[in-house]
Ligand binder design. Structure first.
Ligand SMILES: Nc1ncnc2c1ncn2[C@@H]1O[C@H](COP(=O)(O)OP(=O)(O)OP(=O)(O)O)[C@@H](O)[C@H]1O
Length: 810
C-alpha cells in the first residue's frame, strides 16, 4: 500500500504540471502507454486542435497557477496566431507534415533561426531535460548524480541532448566539428520566447540552425552511431524513426573515425553503406580503397595495419546485436536454426533442469513415513535412497519424483536395479546407494553402503587413497571410504561423485524400457533395443581410455559389469564403484604384481564380455561365448566382432588363404588402444563437435545473463517507495527517464491501444541499452503531455548512476 501511495503522488503532480503545460485542459487519465508517437497520423487533426493540445511541446504555457513560469502564461493551442509561430512537431519527427496544407496551424517553414530555450514547466520530463544541461537547484528533478552525468561533460557527444520542448523545434542534426563532440542543428525557426532557464540556453546555443546545410549534415550524421544503429536525426529526414531502428543502410562509419578528426560533415562525402567496412579498418590490401581516415594501404602492410587496428577499441561496441550462431555449428541441422537462434535448445534445457531437479530431490522424514535413515552420517546429511525400497514398502518410502531418468520408468517394476538392501549381483554383500549432501562443501555425493562388512585390515581402506588421485572423464571419481555403525550394523561406505539421472548400462540395454510417444504421431511406440555399432565403438573407446588410466596407475578396475558402468549422458559412460573390490576382497598375502596383472587381464576380458552382452541385450550372453559371438557377428561388423573375440580370449580364425593360425597378440590395454586408433579419432571428432555445440549454447545463455542483470537493476530502481528519505526518488530526476524507458519497453501499446507483447521489442531495446548506443529514442510521459529525446547511452548512464546511489548505501 505504501508503495502504491508513493508512486501515485508524484504522478499526480506530473499530470498537473503537464496539463498546465498544454493549456488549461483537464489532465488525461493516465494510460500505460508511453508510445503514442506512432499514432498521430491516424488521428484526424494532428495537433493544435482543442481536443488534443498535448502535442504542443514547443511553447510551454499554462492557464494559470502560481508556480508556473512567467512566459508559460500565454495560451497555446487555442491561439492560432501563436500556433503558427510554433514549429510543427510532425516536421520534427517525420520531416514533413501531411496536414501542412490541410489546416495545420503550426509553422512548417524550413528557414532556420536559433532555437531559443523557452520556458518550461516543471514536469518531470522537462525537469530531466533541464537537468541534462545544467543542474537546476530549484528543480525537484535535480539529483546529486547529474553533475556526474556524461551529459554535462563538455566533450560528451551527448552535450546536445534535447529537452522535451526542444522536440518541437524542427529537425536536428548533429554537427560534427573537427574532433569536438557533435552539436545539433535545427532546421526550422523557433520563435518561442526566450527561456528563463539559463541552463538550457547554453545547450541550445550549441545547436546550429542551417537549413541549407541540413542535407549535408544528414549525410554525415549517421557517423555518430555504429553500423546497425540508426540515427534519430538522420531518420527524421526520410525514414520512420521507430520502425527502421535496425536499418543498416543508414549507418556507415564508426565513431572512431570521428575521433580521428578527418570526417567533417563537408569533408566526408556520402557513400553507400558497406557492411564489411569494419574489415577495411585493418587495412585489407584487397580492398578497392583504403579504410577511411586510417591512412592505410599505402606503404603499410596488412599485418602491421591489423596489429595497429587491433590495439584500438572500436566504439560503440555492438553488444545490442545478437551474434548469429556460428556456421560450423548451425549448418549441421538447418531446421534447428530458426527455433534456437536465441536460446538454449528446449531439449537441452529440459535435460539440465531435470538434472537439477534430481539433485534437489528429497524424501520425507521418518516421522512422516519416509525411510528410516540417519540424519547425519560422517560429514553427510539429507540421505535419499537411489534404489526403490522393495516390494511391500509404503508409497512414502518410494523414490522421490524426479530422482530417476523418466525413460527408465519405475525401477522396481522392470528390475533395472535391485531393491535397496538386496544382495549385490557384483559384490555379493547387501548394498544400498544413497544420494547425500556434504556439510563441508554443500555438494551432492553418492554413498554406497556395503551392509554387514567388517573391516579386517586397516591397510585395505588405505587403498582408497590411491583411487582418490585418479581423475578421468570416464571414471566416477572416488572421494573416500569410512566404516560406520550409524545404521545399527557394521557397514562400510564408499563415497563417489553424484551424476544426476545416471542409469546403468544394464538398465539402458538389458531391460525393456517403457514405450515412448512417437515424435510425429504421438502414439506410443516400443523402444528398439538394437544398439547401433557406432555406440558400441564409442563405449569401447571410452572404457578403454579409462582402463588405460587405471592400469597405468598400477590399479585394476575389477568392476567392468553392466550394472557398474554408468551412463551419464547420451553415449557417455563412466566406470562406477572403483575401489570397492580392492577393499572388500583385500588379501594381504597376495603377490602384488602377479595379482595386479591377473586383475588387469580380467578387466580386458570383462570389457569384451560387456560389449558382447550389450550387443545381444543380455547379461547371460557370456554363458556360451562361442554361440554368442556367432550371433554377434550377424549383427555387427567383422572388425568389431574380432575385437570382442580377442578381448574375451577367443582364438582368432585361421588365415583364409593360407590356413595358418593368425599370430596371437598380447592382450593388454596398450594393444587395445592401437587396435581402436581409427575409432578413437571418430570419437574425438564427435567430442569436438559436441564441445562446439555446448559452446554455442553457452553463448546464447551469455546474452541472457546480460539482460537479467539489466532487469535486476530496473527492479531495484523502478517503483522504489523511498530512498534517502525521498519518497519521490524513483519518480524524479534520472529515475524518471528510467521509468519512461521501462514504459517504452514493457508497456507500449499499438494504435488500437492493445499491449504490444513482443519479445523482440524488449530484446532489441534492452540490448541497445546494455550496449549504450548513441541511437536516440523518444520517450513519452504516461499522460502524453511531454516527451524526451534521449539516447540509449544516456538512459544507461541514468541507470548506472541510480544503481550506484543505491549500492553505495550498503
Ligand atoms: N555415482 C552415481 N551417481 C548417480 N547415480 C548413481 C551413482 N551410482 C549409482 N547410481 C544409481 O544408483 C542405482 C543403484 O546402483 P547399483 O550400483 O546399486 O545398481 P544395482 O543394479 O542395484 O547393482 P547391484 O546389483 O550391485 O546392487 C542405479 O540406478 C544407478 O543409476
Amino acid at each position: 500500500m505504501q508503495q502504491h501511495h508513493h508512486s501515485q503522488q508524484p504522478q499526480q503532480q506530473h499530470v498537473q504540471s503537464s496539463s498546465a503545460f498544454s493549456g488549461a485542459l483537464p489532465p488525461r487519465p493516465t494510460r500505460s502507454s508511453a508510445i503514442p508517437i506512432v499514432a498521430p497520423v491516424a488521428t484526424p487533426p494532428p495537433h493544435g486542435i482543442a481536443s488534443k493540445p498535448a502535442l504542443s511541446y514547443g511553447a510551454a504555457t499554462a492557464a494559470g497557477g502560481a508556480s508556473q513560469p512567467e512566459a508559460a502564461k500565454s495560451p497555446t493551442g487555442t491561439n492560432a496566431t501563436a500556433s503558427a509561430r510554433k514549429p510543427c512537431r510532425n516536421v520534427a519527427i517525420y520531416g514533413h507534415c501531411k496536414y501542412q496544407n490541410d489546416g495545420c496551424p503550426f509553422d512548417h517553414t524550413s528557414a532556420s533561426t536559433t532555437t531559443p530555450p523557452s520556458q518550461t514547466p516543471k514536469s518531470p520530463a522537462s525537469q530531466y531535460a533541464s537537468g541534462l544541461s545544467a543542474a537546476s537547484a530549484a528543480s525537484p528533478a535535480s539529483s546529486p548524480n547529474k553533475s556526474r552525468g556524461v551529459l554535462n561533460a563538455p566533450s560528451s557527444p551527448l552535450k546536445g541532448a534535447l529537452s522535451a520542448r526542444n522536440v518541437a523545434a524542427a529537425v536536428f542534426v548533429p554537427k560534427v566539428n573537427g574532433a569536438s563532440s557533435p552539436s545539433i542543428s535545427a532546421a526550422s525557426p523557433a520563435p518561442t520566447p526566450r527561456s528563463t532557464l539559463d541552463g538550457v540556453t547554453s545547450e541550445v546555443s550549441d545547436m546550429r540552425i542551417d537549413s541549407a546545410s541540413s542535407k549535408d549534415f544528414a549525410a554525415s550524421a549517421y557517423t555518430s552511431n555504429g553500423p546497425g544503429t540508426s540515427n534519430m536525426y538522420t531518420s527524421s529526414y526520410d525514414i520512420d524513426p521507430i520502425n527502421s531502428s535496425f536499418d543498416p543502410s543508414y549507418t556507415a562509419s564508426t565513431s572512431h573515425e570521428q575521433q580521428m578528426g578527418a570526417s567533417t560533415p563537408s569533408a566526408q562525402p556520402s557513400r553507400p553503406y558497406n557492411p564489411y567496412e569494419h574489415m577495411n579498418e585493418f587495412g585489407d590490401p584487397t580492398a578497392p580503397q583504403g579504410p577511411p581516415n586510417l591512412g592505410l594501404g599505402a606503404g603499410m602492410d596488412y599485418y602491421s595495419a591489423a596489429a595497429n587496428g587491433a590495439a584500438k577499441i572500436r566504439q560503440p561496441l555492438h553488444y545490442h546485436l545478437y551474434a548469429p550462431p556460428l556456421p560450423h555449428v548451425s549448418n549441421l541441422h538447418p531446421h534447428h536454426l530458426t527455433a534456437n537462434a536465441f536460446f538454449l535448445h528446449p531439449n537441452q534445457r529440459e535435460e539440465l533442469q531435470r538434472k537439477q531437479e534430481a539433485m534437489l530431490a528429497s524424501v520425507p522424514p521418518p516421522e512422516l513415513g519416509g525411510p528410516n535413515l540417519p540424519e547425519e552420517l560422517h560429514v553427510y546429511h539429507s540421505l535419499v535412497p537411489l534404489e526403490h525400497p522393495g516390494p511391500g514398502a509404503p508409497s512414502t518410502m518410494g523414490l522421490p519424483p524426479g530422482l530417476i531418468d523418466p525413460r527408465m520408468g519405475n525401477p522396481g517394476s522392470n528390475g533395472a536395479t535391485g531393491a535397496s538392501g538386496d544382495h549385490s549381483k557384483v559384490f555379493g554383500y547387501r548394498s544400498h546407494s544413497y544420494k547425500a549432501t556434504c556439510t563441508l562443501d554443500g555438494k551432492r555425493y553418492v554413498l554406497r553402503r556395503i551392509e554387514g562388512f567388517r573391516l579386517q585390515h586397516e591397510s585395505a581402506i588405505a587403498l582408497v587413497e590411491r583411487w582418490r588421485r585418479i581423475r578421468h572423464p570416464s571414471i566416477v571419481s572416488v572421494r573416500e571410504a569410512f566404516t560406520t555403525r550409524a545404521f545399527g550394523d557394521q557397514s562400510i561406505v564408499f563415497v563417489y561423485d553424484y551424476h544426476p539421472l545416471a542409469t546403468t548400462l544394464y538398465a539402458e540395454h538389458m531391460t525393456i524400457k517403457a514405450a515412448q510417444p512417437d515424435r510425429r504421431t504421438g502414439r506410443l511406440q516400443p523402444v528398439s533395443m538394437q544398439v547401433p555399432e557406432r555406440t558400441l565403438w564409442s563405449y569401447l573407446c571410452q572404457l578403454t581410455s579409462s582402463l588405460r588410466s587405471i592400469h597405468s596407475s598400477n590399479l585394476a578396475a575389477r568392476c567392468i559389469e553392466a550394472s557398474k558402468v554408468l551412463r551419464t549422458g547420451k553415449n557417455r559412460v563412466r566406470i562406477n564403484c572403483c575401489s570397492v573390490f580392492d577393499v572388500i576382497a583385500y588379501n594381504p598375502d597376495e603377490n602384488g604384481s602377479d595379482a595386479l596383472k591377473a586383475q588387469q587381464s580380467e578387466d580386458m576380458v570383462n570389457l569384451g564380455a560387456l560389449i558382447l552382452s550389450i550387443g545381444l541385450n543380455s547379461v547371460s550372453a557370456t554363458n556360451d561365448i562361442g554361440s554368442s559371438l556367432a550371433t554377434f557377428a550377424g549383427r555387427y561388423s567383422a572388425e568389431l566382432k574380432n575385437v570382442v573375440a580377442w578381448l574375451v580370449g577367443q582364438k582368432p580364425a585361421p588365415n583364409e588363404s593360407t590356413g595358418e593360425d593368425a599370430p596371437e597378440v598380447t592382450r593388454n590395454v596398450s594393444e587395445l588402444v592401437k587396435v581402436l586408433a581409427s575409432h578413437s579419432a571418430d570419437e574425438m571428432d564427435s567430442a569436438l563437435n559436441y564441445t562446439d555445440l555446448m559452446e554455442n549454447s553457452l553463448m546464447k545463455e551469455l546474452e541472457n545473463g546480460r539482460l537479467v542483470r539489466l532487469l535486476c537493476k530496473f527492479g531495484f530502481i523502478n517503483e522504489r517507495p523511498e530512498f534517502d528519505h525521498d519518497p519521490r526518488w524513483a519518480e524524479t530526476g534520472d529515475r524518471y527517464v528510467i521509468k519512461l524507458f521501462r514504459d517504452h519497453v514493457f508497456h507500449s501499446v499499438d494504435e488500437a491501444g492493445r499491449p504490444v507483447v513482443d519479445l523482440s521489442h524488449i530484446l532489441t531495446n534492452l540490448n541497445k541499452l546494455d550496449a549504450g548506443t548513441d541511437e536516440k529514442i523518444m520517450l513519452t510521459s504516461r499522460d502524453e503531455q511531454s516527451c524526451l529525446v534521449v539516447s540509449y547511452r544516456e538512459i544507461k548512464n541514468c541507470i548506472e548512476s541510480a544503481f550506484q546511489d543505491l549500492s553505495r548505501t550498503r
